[in-house]
Design a protein around this ligand. Structure first.
Ligand SMILES: Nc1nc2c(ncn2[C@@H]2O[C@H](COP(=O)(O)OP(=O)(O)OP(=O)(O)O)[C@@H](O)[C@H]2O)c(=O)[nH]1
Ligand SMILES: [Mg+2]
Length: 495
């Protein structure tokens, strides 16, 4: 290549680069991003040998003789809708030719679609360069597209046909008007089908632990392929199907149990500035909380003993009330809110904080016992097993124990471990009472449903004490009633 051709080529290269750069604004940088300029529908590349002839050099590639270069071609489709109708376009990007753009506007009224080639030729770098070299394009870069439209399009068409890159042929205006739709046969999009396999409500579900089903007949007819997940779903559906009795619903509403807005507490006359605001007398004139009605609960709560093994259970003459339940159900929190002495019993949102049987004296007349929880907890399996054994031994053998409050999380209901403990207490004739906790986290109707469900399942149990209690340590709902029940236990306890 002599000096003259070299400078000519380098000049052409600059201009070609400029053309490609200019046409880059049509390029979809992210092919998944539709609607900006378009989506790359097809992309192909071909190898071309550089044989020092002008057409290759015009492509903007300056290569040695017999070198081969890859030329890429893309088909890009885009669309936009506005009040005037829908506009679709398709253009071919070709590294040698720049862009050919073809627009198609589909008016809402005119489905016959007006088809026209708007800017059929866009930035056809190589062609313009050719013209400028030949002196045809006097205006140079500023020359209007319209002026060269027909020539450019002709040029591009021929080049597209010549190379056959898998691009669509650009039809003449006449041809296009005949079968415009066929010209733009886009690849059909597959319809996405979203299948909802389980139509049940999956809220309030926990898969790890389950309540034995009440309806055994449905269990027997069950498809053997049914997964545990399916069974769980049906239990949830069973729960939703429970129709709570009007008396339970009115009890729940009167005591403001369940998830409520603060405005409801305010309207009912409670001071929401206080912790557990519902543990107060409504419309109390004092800004302070009214004092606890049950005198035994006014006593100071003091830690007395902790036991890891049965041999270290303390000996005293006080009646004991124990709080049992799964880990994190709110046993320790309930002790604090019953006595309104927050902080005496340690609580945590991490299951497994209480790991020993803790005895607390409530004055000289009553002993409250905080038991470690069972079920899931952040502790080693062996350690958890030893707690559970200890709890079982305590509830079945302890003579001073007058009442076990079996705490059940309102949201989750009774789980197999709870039933195990119930059976144990039935065998050992230990009196127990069910207390639904964290009622503030469930809807009032669900609180009523849970109460109905548990009462139904414990109908035949002899050691279960009625009524079932419903509390929330956070809002203080039901705390006063529980205090009354428990102070009666201490009052009538005989040792
Ligand atoms: N919203 C709400 N949260 C509560 C209630 N009672 C307890 N909690 C929260 O539940 C978490 C566990 O409470 P704890 O009293 O430590 O539970 P626990 O049963 O003693 O747990 P373990 O000692 O691990 O067996 C804490 O984060 C409490 O704040 C309640 O009535 N409502
Ligand atoms: Mg605890």
């Amino acid at each position: 290549m002599n000096q003259e051709t070299r400078s000519k080529h380098s000049n052409l290269k600059k201009r070609a680069n400029f053309a490609i750069r200019k046409s880059d604004k049509f390029k979809t940088l992210d092919s998944n991003k539709k609607g900006v300029y378009g989506k790359i529908v097809k992309s192909q590349s071909r190898k071309v040998k550089v044989d020092d002839n002008a057409s290759n050099v015009e492509d903007g590639y300056y290569k040695k003789r017999n070198d081969s270069v890859k030329l890429k071609s893309e088909r890009i489709e885009g669309s936009r809708s506005n009040y005037r109708g829908r506009k679709e376009w398709e253009f071919h990007r070709n590294e040698s030719n720049g862009f050919v753009r073809k627009d198609r506007r589909v008016n809402a009224n005119d489905v016959g679609s007006k088809v026209y080639n708007k800017r059929e030729s866009r930035d056809a770098g190589g062609d313009r360069r050719k013209k400028s070299e030949n002196g045809e394009n006097r205006l140079g870069f500023l020359r209007k597209y319209g002026d060269v439209k027909s020539d450019d399009s002709k040029q591009l068409r021929s080049s597209a046909e010549e190379h056959k890159f898998g691009m669509k042929k650009v039809k003449s205006r006449k041809d296009v008007s005949d079968d415009s739709v066929a010209t733009f046969d886009r690849p059909r999009r597959k319809r996405r089908l979203i299948r909802v396999e389980y139509p049940h409500d999956t809220a309030n579900k926990r898969f790890d632990d389950s309540l034995p089903t009440i309806d055994n007949t449905t269990e027997q007819n069950k498809d053997p392929e049914d997964t545990e997940e399916n069974t769980e779903m049906s239990k949830n559906a069973q729960f939703r199907a429970i129709q709570p009795s009007p008396s339970i619903i009115s009890f729940v509403n009167e005591n403001l149990l369940g998830r409520r807005r603060e405005i409801e507490f305010k309207k009912a006359g409670y001071n929401i500035e206080l912790p557990s605001p519902l543990d107060n007398i409504p419309f109390s004139t004092s800004s302070e909380r009214e004092r606890i009605e049950e005198s035994v609960f006014r006593n100071k709560l003091t830690f007395f003993a902790a036991a890891k093994v049965s041999s270290s259970f303390p000996t005293h003459d006080l009646p004991e009330i124990a709080f049992a339940g799964r880990s994190n159900v709110g046993k320790s929190s309930l002790l604090n809110s019953l006595t309104r002495q927050w902080g005496v019993v340690r609580t945590s949102d991490k299951p497994g904080l209480t790991q020993t049987i803790n005895f607390f004296n409530l004055g000289p007349k009553l002993c409250l016992v905080d038991l470690p929880g069972y079920g899931f907890a952040y502790a080693k399996e062996e350690v958890k097993e030893s707690w559970e054994e200890l709890v079982k031994e305590y509830v079945s053998t302890r003579e001073e124990l007058k009442r076990v409050c079996l705490l059940i999380d309102t949201k989750w209901g009774m789980k197999p471990r709870d039933h195990e403990l119930v059976d144990l207490m039935e065998r050992s004739k230990t009196k127990y009472q069910i207390v639904l906790t964290k009622t503030d986290l469930s809807f009032p109707v669900d609180v009523a449903r849970r109460a109905m469900q548990i009462e139904e399942s414990l109908k035949t149990k002899k050691s279960a004490i009625q009524p079932l209690m419903m509390v929330s340590s956070k809002t203080g709902a039901g705390i006063r009633s529980l205090r009354t029940v428990l102070s009666n236990v201490s009052r009538f306890a005989r040792l």
